[in-house]
Design a protein around this ligand. Structure first.
Ligand code: TXA
Ligand code: MG
Length: 341
């Protein structure tokens, strides 16, 4: 398939180009587009045949449901059969933004979007291109992350090109994504919101708005037991993983002890990734030190891109110095832990 490439500046959406991509969505095609979190691969969420093309292009397991992206609360109300109090509060507070809400489905989304579940996951992105694309197409857009299934999510246009060129109708390239980690997924079907996948909107922020909220155990970085039912089906698969082996080193170790750990864990061509200013000074022969910048935001923004770069340069081992698993750090560590499995 010939993939049409559209380069668009992120904060100055070129409506002519967006209209071309929106037309292709309306005609049943699939389009990779930027969001504030990661790139998505979108199709008309009401058209099962179009959605099937997404599963085929990504090699995505059929039992993994897809998030539906909307451009208004009215559109969300068509897709959900019930908007709970918590859902309403969270929509008002955080939409548009990096928050996905799992609600009871009205059944109008195509069956393969929800993978046969009675719920549907809804998100209104804040990225201007994503928002304009949904609005212009006239349809809700079903979109998983725009990567081959299991690989690190695409956070730059060239990652999408590497994974999906020739397999999709259009790729919109708008440079790096602002957040770099996928949206927070929250089940709001019950009285207490349950975080199924941590993200930029933190558990603490959700508690502040709803009074109560909790983390699902699969979002605590804990591995699922065999036979256990995944409440967010995608979370049971190996994810976000580079080809290189990922090894996590504790955030509290430093100095000589850290240098010793690095040497001991190195295997073949090895890189060490850290967002700790002090750790970046570690000079260990033959090991590339990658400093991401301080704080979880810098870490989250760059981690998937570094996984991909190190893979393309033939690294065999990637050592990652962990960060504290609180606030946005919980989301970042969730992805690193999954990549290390
Ligand atoms: O930031 C994001 O959320 C990006 C951008 C493109 O919006 N999308 C994304 O999609 O990360 P994906 O498919 O890679 O991850 C969606 C997650 C999966 O873990 C999936 O199982 C879960 O959301 N999910 C989708 N529908 C669900 C549902 N009805 N109930 C529970 N979990 C659901
Ligand atoms: Mg994904």
């Amino acid at each position: 398939m010939k993939t049409k490439m559209l380069k668009i500046k992120r904060d100055m959406p070129d409506m002519e180009k967006i209209s071309v991509a929106a037309g292709i969505i309306a005609d049943g095609g699939i389009v990779a587009f930027p969001t504030e979190t990661v790139y998505g691969l979108g199709a008309n969420a009401l058209d099962g045949n179009a959605v099937a093309k997404i599963f085929a292009a990504k090699g995505r397991p059929q039992d993994n449901p897809i998030i539906v992206h909307v451009s208004s609360i009215a559109e969300a109300k068509l897709l959900a059969s019930e908007i709970t109090k918590a859902a309403k509060k969270l929509m008002v507070k955080f939409w548009p933004g990096p928050l996905t809400l799992v609600m009871k489905s009205s059944g109008i989304a195509a069956e393969n979007v929800t993978a046969g579940l009675s719920t549907v996951a809804l998100r209104m992105p804040s990225d201007k291109i994503a928002f304009a694309l949904i609005k212009e197409s006239g349809f809700p857009i079903a979109a998983p992350s725009a990567n081959i299934s299991g690989r690190p999510s695409a956070t730059e246009g060239r990652h999408v090109i590497d994974d999906l060129k020739g397999k999709v109708d259009v790729i919109i390239d708008a440079g790096p994504c602002k957040i770099g980690i996928e949206s927070t997924v929250v089940d709001v079907t019950g009285k207490i919101p349950i975080v199924l996948r941590p993200g930029k909107i933190t558990l603490e922020q959700i508690m502040e708005v709803c009074g109560r909220a909790r983390l699902h155990r699969s979002a605590k970085g804990a591995e699922m037991k065999k036979g256990e039912k995944a409440i967010s089906p995608g979370m049971k698969y190996r994810h976000y993983a580079p080809r290189a082996k990922v090894v996590i080193l504790g955030h509290e170790i430093n100095g000589k002890k850290l240098a010793g750990k690095i040497l001991k864990s190195a295997n073949g061509k090895t890189a060490f990734i850290t967002s700790n200013k002090n750790s970046k000074k570690i000079t260990t022969k033959k090991i590339e030190v990658v400093f991401l910048g301080s704080g979880p935001e810098n870490f989250g923004k760059r981690i998937f891109a570094e996984f991909r770069r190190l893979d393309s340069e033939g690294y065999q081992t990637i050592l990652v110095q962990g960060i504290k698993g609180t606030g946005f750090g919980l989301a970042v560590m969730d992805r690193v832990i999954r990549a290390s499995k």
